[in-house]
Write a protein that binds this ligand. Structure first.
Ligand code: NCD
Ligand code: ZN
Ligand code: ZN
Length: 438
């Protein structure tokens, strides 16, 4: 294989180094300049490990018209993401070894980034969950959302936690609570139901208390079973408080924040209509602020984009008919780099949230850090450059972003996956060479 030298790159610590890559691995970090096949001058740029996004929906199999693995993984690499963990709410849902292997065959040789796959839980597939190997984790949907996966019986959830040795990732919204609010719309309760603002309306129909309820139950079950739980897309202030209490008790609970809850609220999403319809819903400014603060306090462990593309046509219908979900894998790193530039978090904290902690939680070996012997998954970023998010420039097949029009300071300039330069200044270089990481 080939060798690559990245010269004069600034680590998150501030140290300027040359990184020598050989046979896909980081070989040396220091000041050497050995002869090699390819050189990149990274003067003035920062280097971070490739982002590991623990939560994407690349829609294979069954909804490739929204996104296919090539477009999804191109979007990832353009956004500085080098490993994705993909959710099982496909058509068919991925709930057996057989459907998992079929999905694997479809993805093979299609991916520009590395990947891992989740297996979905149902009320009756415990045996599959117990015997499967090589997965990112088990996904449990406690509330209904895109797809047909749902487990509403907490007794079954307890069995899943107790009897499997996988990390269990939760879509945490309590189904019974969601149903209650759809039968008794809050219009009557609150008296100020605003039809003009879909984000607000959706948040009133699936309020924060539904997520609190299920997160509270997950914490109880973790206390009982001592097993590891990963709460996807934490969104509300009280849910964060519950996580604080669980972490104070040293329970193995991990919390993910998604960019749309960090950078949108029911007020700022007014103009987005159904393009801000997502589960759980976009929350109030108070919850948004609480979530941003939890990034530095350590209550939030990871950033997962919950990249959930739907076509424009699917979104441009009445509120009730529009599917929930927003894309995000392509913009998550830049949004977070912008936060670094605003002084809200350090670049070192960003690296923990987006690279090293996801690797630790999901036990992805030799990725998420810049160290000799680690895989050379790396991103060069220009922290001083500002760019505008433009729908027309996106690689995602859906062709839109809720962050379109934003000016973000901090841009991924070059992305290396397994020692190979796959993205540079807007261009992607094939063929797809990503591998499965589990
Ligand atoms: C996701 C999707 O479209 O697959 N939608 C969403 O609103 N977040 C499913 C999910 O993660 O809940
Ligand atoms: Zn979800
Ligand atoms: Zn999701």
């Amino acid at each position: 294989m080939s060798s690559l030298l990245i010269k004069n790159a600034t680590l998150a610590s501030g140290q300027i180094v040359n990184i020598f890559i050989k046979d896909g691995l980081i070989y040396d970090i220091g000041n050497k300049s050995p002869l090699c096949d390819q050189k990149i001058d990274a003067q003035g740029q920062s280097i971070i490990p490739g982002v590991i996004d623990p939560h994407v929906h690349f829609r294979v199999p069954g909804a490739e018209y929204k996104e296919d693995w090539q477009t999804g993984s191109k979007a990832a690499v353009a956004g500085g993401v080098t490993t994705v963990l993909d959710m099982p709410n496909n058509q068919p849902a991925i709930t057996t070894q057989k459907t998992l292997d079929q999905k694997r065959r479809l993805i093979k040789n299609q991916s520009y980034v590395n990947y891992g796959l989740y297996l979905g839980a149902t009320a009756s597939n415990l045996n599959e969950l117990k015997t499967v190997s090589g997965i990112a984790g088990v996904k449990v949907y406690l509330g209904s959302t895109t797809g047909d996966l749902l487990v509403t019986d907490y007794q079954i959830v307890e069995e899943i936690l107790a009897e499997t040795n996988q990390i269990i990732a939760f879509h945490s919204e309590d189904e019974e609570c969601i149903k209650q609010f759809s039968i008794f719309p809050p219009r009557r309760r609150a008296g100020n139901f605003q039809f003009s603002n879909i984000a607000k309306r959706h948040n009133q129909l699936r309020p924060e208390e539904c997520a609190e309820k299920s997160t509270g139950k997950i914490i109880e079950l973790v206390k009982k079973t001592k097993k590891r739980a990963y709460i996807c897309h934490v969104s509300g202030q009280k849910e964060i408080e519950l996580i604080r209490q669980a972490k104070d008790q040293k329970l193995p609970i991990y919390a993910e924040a998604s960019p749309h809850y960090l950078f949108l609220n029911t007020q700022s999403a007014i103009d987005l209509g159904n393009f801000a319809k997502v589960n759980p819903p976009i929350r109030s400014e108070v919850s948004q602020q609480a979530l941003q603060l939890s990034l530095s306090s350590g209550l939030i462990d990871t950033i997962g984009s919950d990249h959930a593309p739907h076509t424009r046509e699917e979104k441009e219908v009445d509120y009730a008919q529009a599917p929930a979900g927003v894309p995000g894998v392509e913009t998550s790193l830049s949004l977070m780099l912008n936060l670094v530039n605003q002084g809200a978090i350090t670049l070192a904290r960003l690296v923990e949230l987006m690279c090293s902690t996801p690797a630790d939680i999901f036990k992805i070996s030799k990725r998420g850090k810049i160290e000799p012997g680690y895989f050379a998954d790396l991103v060069l970023v220009d922290l001083k450059l500002t760019y505008e998010v433009k729908n027309s420039k996106l690689y995602s097949k859906c062709g839109w972003s809720p962050f379109s029009g934003r000016h973000l300071k901090g841009v991924p300039m070059a992305v290396i996956v397994g020692g190979r330069l796959v993205y540079q200044k807007g261009k992607i270089f094939g063929p797809p060479g990503g591998c499965e990481v589990f």
